[in-house]
Unconditional design. Structure first.
Length: 561
């Protein structure tokens, strides 16, 4: 457990991607099974511990310290796991009597049991500490009633870093700046294989991945999975940069609209249907109407949208159905889903990814008409003779939810990842608006000491009775130096506090104006302003601009209209 705790500590404090990659690769190389496989599952989000929830953790710590003091500590630190790991009484510290609010008894120290383990598999450097496998086994096998007691004994027996790691396992959100993709790239570096090979195997594997590590270390052949409907690594595009068009021939590229939905992969194999997001998450459960319309064998790459092919809805409409465990009949009728098809990766048992885009496009054009026309349609190509003509079409697209164009080399195979030159994305320039800072909230992790999440508003109402109404919230787009300046401004201009949130001075003569960039707008009944922004971020700080000159709500309403 100590080795895993050390890994988390170092990942949190390592800002560079390559530094994190090295830490992960070294960990997988030096720690043996099953600890490294369980660590991998925790990092990729594939480790589930159902017996303990964050609310239980709060109750346990409030039995051991004053709840108000814990609340203040949590507010100051900004991260639940870090706060609890710091305030939890050390194993040799007498545990105070439980407070009246807590009820229950204080947990006894962890007695010798299967939870304790020596140095096993390189997992720990302390013979008295439980291994990661011990901890996971104890928590996963615990019932809902026994889970809190098991967790309390584990936290009693651990040091601060190990407590932090245990709590991260329980709460499920590591927040260490490592994506599942980066963890897989570390595995690829360990075994000196292409990360695409690992991604293709991934959905047929399960923790603690002993067969996978055996293959990567050359001790066993590559795992073969009988699972059907596996995810195919997605091909991604580079953003167009200055000077790119000077080196590209328009005749070498096809262009198609970039629709504002979510990229999906429809996999129909062996009688099963999967609907994968670009990160490999199966979202078919939220779209049973779409999955039920799949009556083919193959793999399609496309954009998930709502509405109908002839009347496409907005991204805000799509959000009504995303991340739902169940979808009512009324929701399915109001927001029907369909896929706008970009590519055909497999037809029956024939893998088409090695073919040129021109050949795959011809196959796709023949394939889509055989599908349910209410659930699948073909993404149209955009005709253009040169880059200037395409630029004119890009800036005036035929539909409001088009966010730009995609460029694809006619001769490009379908390659995993983001290879340079085969595909480019040329998005529309973002909209901008000048807004006034209204509220600021503490960040998390490395930003827990700064006010880094900002709610901003624009002017609304008749002249003489104008007020600022919130229109969005942003937490990125600024430099570290700008963050420090905004944080100081928030502290110097606070007028009210609401837990971790501060309200700042904002009127006609006092306030910080922020130029906010965003991708689009949608009407919203949940917000007082009536609008919701898509991907808002801080574009620049307008220290020079008086708040009275910030934009009005009519500016945003005109964009909607």
């Amino acid at each position: 457990m100590n080795r895993f705790a050390e890994l988390l500590d170092r990942l949190v404090l390592t800002p560079s991607r390559n530094g994190k990659l090295t830490l992960l690769t070294d960990y997988f190389r030096s720690v043996e099974d099953p600890d490294r496989g369980l660590a991998l599952a925790a990092i990729t989000g594939d480790l589930t511990i159902a017996s303990v929830k964050p609310a239980v953790l709060r109750a346990l710590v409030e039995e051991r310290m004053d709840p108000v003091l814990f609340s203040y500590s949590y507010d100051y630190v900004g991260d639940l796991a870090e706060t609890v790991s710091l305030v939890w009484p050390e194993r040799n510290t007498p545990t105070p009597n439980p407070s009246p609010q807590g009820g229950g008894e204080a947990a006894a120290p962890l007695s010798p049991s299967p939870l304790r383990g020596g140095v096993r598999g390189g997992g720990d450097n302390d013979g008295t500490a439980p291994t990661l496998a011990n901890v996971v086994s104890a928590l996963q096998s615990a019932s809902r009633s026994d889970g809190p007691k098991i967790l309390a004994r584990l936290l009693d027996s651990a040091g601060t870093s190990a407590r932090f790691a245990i709590i991260k396992l329980v709460t499920g959100g590591l927040r260490i700046g490592v994506s599942a993709r980066l963890a897989k790239q570390a595995l690829a570096a360990l075994g000196k294989v292409d990360v695409a090979e690992i991604e293709e195997l991934w959905h047929g594997l399960s923790p603690p991945y002993a067969d996978l590590f055996a293959w990567l270390e050359g001790r066993a052949p590559k795992p073969e999975t009988a699972a059907k409907g596996l995810f195919r690594p997605v091909m991604l595009a580079h953003a167009v940069e200055a000077g790119d068009f000077d080196k590209l021939d328009p005749a070498d590229y096809a262009a198609e609209w970039k629709w504002d939905g979510i990229r999906v992969q429809v996999v129909a194999e062996g009688g099963g249907v999967r609907l994968y997001s670009r990160t490999g998450d199966d979202v078919a459960g939220a779209f049973p109407d779409l999955a039920g319309a799949v009556d083919f064998s193959g793999v399609l790459d496309g954009e998930l949208l709502v509405g109908t092919p002839s009347a496409t809805g907005t991204f805000s409409d799509l959000q009504q159905r995303l991340n739902r465990k169940s979808v009512s009949a009324a929701m399915r009728e109001r927001y029907p889903a369909f896929v706008r098809c970009y590519d055909l990766l497999q037809a029956g048992d024939e893998d088409l990814r090695a073919l040129a885009f021109r050949q795959r496009r011809e196959r796709l054009e023949a394939f889509v008409p055989t599908l349910d026309p209410a659930r699948f349609d073909l993404s149209p190509l955009v005709a253009f003779a040169g880059w200037d003509e395409l630029e004119r079409r890009r800036t005036a697209p035929p539909h409001p939810i088009i966010e730009g164009v995609m460029l694809k080399r006619w001769d490009s195979p379908y390659l995993a990842g983001r290879p340079k030159c085969p595909w480019f994305k040329w998005k529309r320039d973002p909209h901008t608006v000048d807004a006034v800072l209204l509220y600021a909230q503490r960040g998390h992790g490395k930003r827990s000491s700064f006010y880094s999440d900002y709610t901003f508003g624009v002017w609304s109402g008749p002249e003489g009775a104008e007020e600022l109404v919130p229109v969005g919230k942003a937490y990125f787009g600024f430099t570290d130096e700008e963050l420090r300046r905004i944080d100081k401004y928030v502290r110097d201009n606070t007028v009210e506090r609401f837990g971790p949130v501060r309200s700042v001075r904002a009127d006609k003569t006092n306030g910080l104006v922020i130029e906010v960039a965003f991708e689009g707008l949608a009407r919203s009944t949940r917000h007082k302003s009536g609008v919701a922004m898509r991907f808002p971020r801080v574009s620049r700080l307008r220290w020079d601009k008086p708040p009275a000159e910030a934009d009005r709500i009519e500016t945003l309403q005109a964009l909607l209209d």
